[in-house]
Design a protein around this ligand. Structure first.
Ligand code: TYM
Length: 337
């Protein structure tokens, strides 16, 4: 079967953007593909410096995958740092990657632009982990022989880089071993929009505008109230598609809530529905759907839960897959016996 792979970086509490942009589409692909899903803890190390927090976030992302429905008997499910083969291949691929390619990477360029704008040295605060980030991500993808990589729009360049790097390697060593060339799959929850956050910009940990998945009810309610709206009076018609609240509702709502979404759209367009009421609808839909997930999540987060066994078994499966590819690569490049 073809391989679908994706990873999530444990840099904060999992949020709605991760669920809608990555976890749900990945779980859907797991029905037909040989699926490989992991927690990218070494990628998080470029920014998370607190060891307790890194451990907590890694566990929290893992628990989220399982609470959302990942079946570890069907998916190869692991923590990146448990697979040392990845870090050996990281060196090999950095030796076939042009420095210029890394200079052009969006995340690195954005950091430089921010520095220049602030009148600082262009590379101030940029560590080599951030600079080399796309190479490690290429390894994640290539070492598992991925065909498709379901990711949000912000990660597409990284998948293209992985394809580029595979090309460089294949050009040099293709007679002996060739990497599969991966493709990004961008889910848009059917709406063509990126999920907006609490301030209307893209929901992202780096903008601090996320709706975390497993908040207590009262906190969830408070956050939903904070989503910005304009001052259109209650009785006036409104455009659902330019409202962050409606977009979140539309992208999040499961099939069972399709009627609620359609009805809400009609009522907004007709006038008579205020933003406050729309927010109540969003809160109810979120809470109904996330409640059961929260329960499973809390149980998995208990120390010594079954999550530990799942990840240990997953690491074993992942190392076996990675070891096969790394063995062929070592042979192809001329190291080892
Ligand atoms: P990360 O941890 O930032 O995000 C995980 C996934 O969630 C998607 N996402 C969103 N999608 C739609 N709307 C949003 N508001 C939103 N916010 C986040 C991201 O696009 C991503 O798919 N570098 C990766 C982690 C990684 C990886 C990999 C991914 C490491 N190795 C190999 C795929 C393959 C990252 O930082 O994702």
């Amino acid at each position: 079967a073809k391989v679908s792979l994706t990873g999530i970086k444990p840099t904060g509490e999992p949020h709605l953007g991760n669920l809608i942009g990555a976890i749900r589409p990945a779980l859907q692909l797991a029905e037909q593909y040989d699926s490989v899903y992991f927690i990218a803890d070494y990628h998080a190390l470029t920014t998370v410096r607190d060891p307790e927090l890194l451990r907590h976030y890694s566990r929290s992302v893992a628990a989220t995958w399982v609470a959302a429905g990942l079946d570890p008997t069907r998916t190869t499910f692991y923590v990146q740092s448990d697979v040392p083969e990845i870090f050996e291949l990281n060196w090999v691929l950095s030796c076939v990657t042009g420095k210029g390619l890394m200079n052009r990477a969006h995340a690195y360029k954005a950091a430089r632009d921010r520095n220049v704008e602030a009148g600082e040295e262009p590379d101030a605060g940029v560590n080599m982990g951030l600079y080399n980030y796309p190479i490690l991500m290429a390894v994640d993808i290539l070492i598992m022989e991925s065909d498709v990589v379901p990711v949000g729009k912000d990660q597409v360049q990284h998948v293209e880089y992985a394809a580029d790097i595979a090309g460089s390697f294949n050009h040099l060593y293709g007679k002996s071993y060739s990497f599969k060339v991966p493709k990004a799959i961008i889910p848009d929850a059917g709406t063509g929009h990126t999920l907006p956050g609490l301030d209307g910009r893209k929901m992202s940990k780096s903008y601090d505008n996320t709706i975390p998945l497993f908040l207590p009810e009262n906190k969830l309610k408070k956050l939903v109230r904070r989503i910005p709206t304009d001052s259109t009076p209650v009785e006036d018609p409104k455009d659902p598609d330019s409202s962050s609240v409606f977009q979140i509702l539309e992208q999040f709502a499961p099939a069972s809530a399709a009627d609620i979404v359609a009805d809400t759209r009609k009522r907004l367009e007709a006038g008579g529905m205020g933003w406050g009421e729309l927010k109540n609808v969003l809160f109810e839909v979120l809470n109904t759907e996330l409640g059961p997930l929260r329960e499973r999540y809390d149980a998995l987060m208990e120390p010594g839960s079954e999550l530990d066994t799942m990840l240990a078994e997953g690491a074993e499966k992942a190392r076996e897959r990675a070891g096969r590819v790394l063995g062929s690569v070592r042979k192809a490049i001329g190291v080892g016996k």
